[in-house]
Design a protein around this ligand. Structure first.
Ligand SMILES: Nc1ncnc2c1ncn2[C@@H]1O[C@H](COP(=O)(O)OP(=O)(O)OP(=O)(O)O)[C@@H](O)[C@H]1O
Ligand SMILES: [Mg+2]
Ligand SMILES: [Zn+2]
Length: 369
């Protein structure tokens, strides 16, 4: 975008107070209490899925520990909060361990921690992507953690806590960031849409949230992509158009109709999906992914460890495919995958897909697998 002041929605709407954080209540509650009582441990580890609020929460904690307000901290508006928000507060230092400067920065920590905070109550070091610290940086840091300096708080954030040194991990208070439930994300987006001065249907926001798989950042990126269509009111169809995929909902329905042997309804639905501008092979991909999820959910106690899906989405798939036979699902997946490969060289992949839908659903209505 040409506007120099342009700022991505997910940046613009980074929560400035705990009240605006979506989900993660188990973390917010503890942090609020620790800030109110001024009882922060020396080191925190924020671990979990990308885009769920780790960096955001680290900044909120840094603000809360230095906020000048009497009530709920951080207030987001006092001098310190604003200064931290702008990255201008000398006692809050952010280090991106993924950048080349990691080692130098960590050495600098070791040299600077001996001095008390300059202007704040606490000096806070936020070490983002902490699993990327080099061995040298890790060792330098470990020494600091072994004798934690007073009035200093370290906040480490990572998507991959397993890649961190156990000796560092064990010295931190661990918080696990969970995927945010789709309904919570959808609800949060309502406020954002209002602040943006546009409108969106509830089912449009629900579809965006469902596609974000628990990541608020992903949801806001999709929302941004959708709003760039320039509609005065965002509808579910707009969202479908924008994400260029049939989405779970469409393939879930397609599965239901085919499994039920309702050939006509399945064919009509399939053509509607294509008419909405979806690419045939993309629909097949989504469909295969959906069926695979449905199948694994039937076999696994904890499918979320394998499937890249939110618990909400897993629950919905489980409910919607409860009556489906495993063998049948497996058969569908194999046939669709075969067609997916063959369709690469076909001039009419849509027609081939229709033939397959007819075959599958006729078999269903005849009671075969
Ligand atoms: N729990 C949340 N509540 C509200 N907004 C959120 C939340 N999580 C993420 N966001 C939105 O997504 C953006 C990115 O979030 P953040 O940087 O905190 O994610 P992260 O967990 O650090 O991700 P990564 O692992 O990729 O670093 C924020 O600016 C905010 O707009
Ligand atoms: Mg982050
Ligand atoms: Zn404040």
């Amino acid at each position: 975008m040409s506007d120099k002041n342009y700022e991505a929605i997910y940046r613009r709407f980074r929560p400035a107070t705990f009240g605006k954080v979506l989900g993660q209540a188990h973390i917010v509650n503890v942090l609020r209490r620790q800030i109110a009582a001024d009882e922060a441990p020396h080191a925190y580890l924020f671990a979990g899925t990308r885009g769920t609020g780790k960096t955001t929460m680290a900044r909120l904690l840094a603000k809360g520990l230095n906020c000048l307000a009497d009530g709920d901290r951080p207030c987001g508006v006092c001098e310190n909060c604003v200064s931290i928000q702008n990255g201008a507060f000398v006692d809050v230092i952010e280090i991106d361990a993924a950048s080349n400067n990691g080692v130098a920065d960590v050495r600098q920590i070791r040299d600077s921690v001996v001095y008390p905070p300059t202007v704040g109550r606490k000096r806070v070091y936020i070490i983002d992507e902490a699993h990327m610290l080099t061995a040298a940086a890790n060792n330098a840091f470990l020494k600091t953690l072994e004798e934690p300096p007073e009035n200093t708080v370290f906040i480490l954030a990572t998507t991959e806590p397993g890649k961190m040194l156990a000796t560092i991990r064990s010295r931190c208070l661990l918080f696990e960031f969970k995927r945010v439930p789709a309904a919570v994300i959808a609800d949060g987006m309502k406020d954002i849409v209002k602040e943006l001065g546009t409108q969106a249907d509830d089912d449009a926001l629900a579809l965006i949230a469902a596609n974000a798989d628990g990541s608020v950042r992903d949801a806001l990126s999709i929302l941004e992509q959708c709003t760039s269509l320039g509609r005065s009111r965002l509808t579910r169809d707009d969202v479908l158009e924008s994400i260029g995929s049939a989405g779970d909902d469409a393939v879930a329905e397609l599965s239901e109709k085919t499994l039920a042997g309702d050939t006509a309804a399945a064919l009509i639905l399939f053509n509607e999906i294509l008419k909405a501008g979806k690419d045939v092979r993309r629909v097949m991909e989504d469909w295969i992914d959906y069926l695979r999820s449905a199948l694994l959910i039937k076999y696994l106690g904890k499918p979320e460890t394998i499937l890249n899906r939110s618990l909400d989405s897993i629950k919905e798939i489980r409910e919607r495919t409860a009556g489906a036979d495993e063998k049948k699902l497996a058969g569908y997946i194999l046939k669709l995958s075969k067609l997916y490969n063959e369709s690469r060289w076909s001039a009419h992949p849509g027609i081939l897909a229709e033939m397959l839908i007819i075959e599958l659903s006729e078999k269903s209505s005849e009671g075969e697998n």
